[in-house]
Design a protein around this ligand. Structure first.
Ligand SMILES: Cc1cc2nc3c(=O)[nH]c(=O)nc-3n(C[C@H](O)[C@H](O)[C@H](O)COP(=O)(O)OP(=O)(O)OC[C@H]3O[C@@H](n4cnc5c(N)ncnc54)[C@H](O)[C@@H]3O)c2cc1C
Length: 359
């Protein structure tokens, strides 16, 4: 029914409305919140949300016995067997010296480095964990409110080790708009549970809840793709690998791919290393970093060989978006050019421009 490809420039809602009726579009938006955690998936890039929809519908879910901690435990075991020293329950207070991969959240990496370009949109979600007596359990495994963007599942049905004997674990995720209060999200969830499991209040033995931001990976807004997210390589000897970094994949996959790329990039000999995007001393801090629209036809000159530097010089503003002025005087000759994603290139009237190659 829906084409496989969708444009990154268009919003998911307007793209959907070109292919299906309004009520079908709203139902699809309600469904895709589960794979994006976003309160309004219609605002996301059509390419991003279409791919999430494809992945969400492409197969069943595998529940690992013990949940994430089983996966983390196995990874830690394997790392330790390779000689890695792991220190837990310790916060790194400052950026360590030497080769470093920061695999925290993007927000923490921003704090540790002071680099404000380490920022990208993510969803806001309220999560509720409920421990309930099993004898009064409902008949369902999961229940969704597509209009209200709530997903609840009785995970202890798939994995009984998650709750003590005679008990159930229900986990609920409710997408929140930027200003929704936790108590309001709580009320929405309680309404859904009242409708789907009338006895849940009497059966409840334990609960916890919180509102989380920047914990459910990146979301790409129209006009952006994962390639526009903060680069992993930040200049020798630092790499930042998070689930909001410039890496493909769904949710945690992006974090895993980012980590693999970070290792590969730090292993690149320094002569071939990818310099970090040049730190701009700009007067408009919110316009930090940019990329060029491709293909570029009216550049001033081609830089390097097409293989090494598949860029062209641009006049500021021509075929670019988010172009920054850079206060340094010409000539630009000798200005460092980076391979791969970043390229500090052209100037016009004493201004330098940072650009990127083809998407
Ligand atoms: C409710 C919910 C459901 C989800 N469901 C799924 C799902 O079904 N599938 C999926 O693929 N993804 C899912 N995700 C997303 C997934 O959890 C994340 O994408 C993934 O955990 C990101 O991994 P990460 O290692 O990049 O970051 P994190 O898991 O956030 O790990 C970063 C680590 O850095 C540590 N840290 C932070 N600051 C410091 C410091 N100063 N010093 C030392 N350590 C520090 C933190 O304590 C943390 O342990 C879900 C997320 C949520 C919130």
């Amino acid at each position: 029914m829906l084409p496989d490809d969708a444009p990154a420039e268009e919003s998911f809602r307007s793209w959907l409305l070109r292919h299906v009726g309004a009520s079908a579009a709203e139902a699809i938006l309600g469904l895709i919140f589960i794979a994006t955690f976003d309160h309004d998936p219609g605002r996301l890039s059509a390419a991003f949300a279409r791919e999430r929809l494809r992945r969400a519908l492409s197969g069943g879910v595998r529940y690992v016995v013990g949940g994430w901690s089983t996966l983390v435990g196995l990874l830690a075991e394997r790392a330790a067997s390779l000689g890695v020293q792991i220190q837990t329950r310790t916060r790194v207070p400052a950026l360590p010296a030497g080769q470093t991969i920061l695999a925290t959240s993007l927000a923490t990496a921003r704090q540790l480095t002071g680099d404000r370009s380490l920022a990208w949109p993510s969803a806001r979600v309220a999560t509720f964990d409920l421990g309930l007596r099993a004898d009064a359990g409902p008949g369902w495994f999961r229940v969704m409110d597509l209009d209200d963007r709530i997903y609840a599942a009785r995970y202890s049905v798939a994995d009984p080790t998650l709750a003590p004997p005679g008990h159930e674990l229900i986990q609920v995720a409710a997408a929140c708009s930027p200003r929704e209060r936790k108590t309001d999200a709580e009320r929405r969830v309680q309404r859904l549970l009242d409708q789907s499991w009338p006895g849940w209040r009497a059966a409840m033995r334990w609960q916890r809840s919180c509102v989380r931001t920047h914990c459910t990976g990146a979301i790409d807004l129209p006009g952006t793709t994962w390639r526009d997210r903060p680069a992993i390589r930040r200049g020798s000897p630092l790499a930042v690998a998070t689930d909001q970094s410039a890496a493909p994949g769904l949710l945690a996959e992006a974090a895993i791919t980012a980590a693999q790329l970070a290792v590969q990039q730090l292993l690149v000999p320094s002569s071939d290393a990818v310099p970090a995007p040049i730190r701009l001393t700009n007067t408009r801090p919110t316009m930090y970093g940019l990329s060029c629209r491709q293909p570029v036809r009216s550049g001033l000159a081609t830089v390097g060989s097409p293989r090494d530097y598949p860029f062209q010089l641009h006049r500021e503003g021509a075929h670019c978006h988010d172009v920054l002025g850079y206060g340094a005087p010409p000539p630009w000759k000798g200005f460092p050019l980076a391979r791969w994603r970043y390229c500090a290139v052209a100037l016009g009237a004493g201004r330098r421009v940072l650009g990127t190659p083809d998407r």
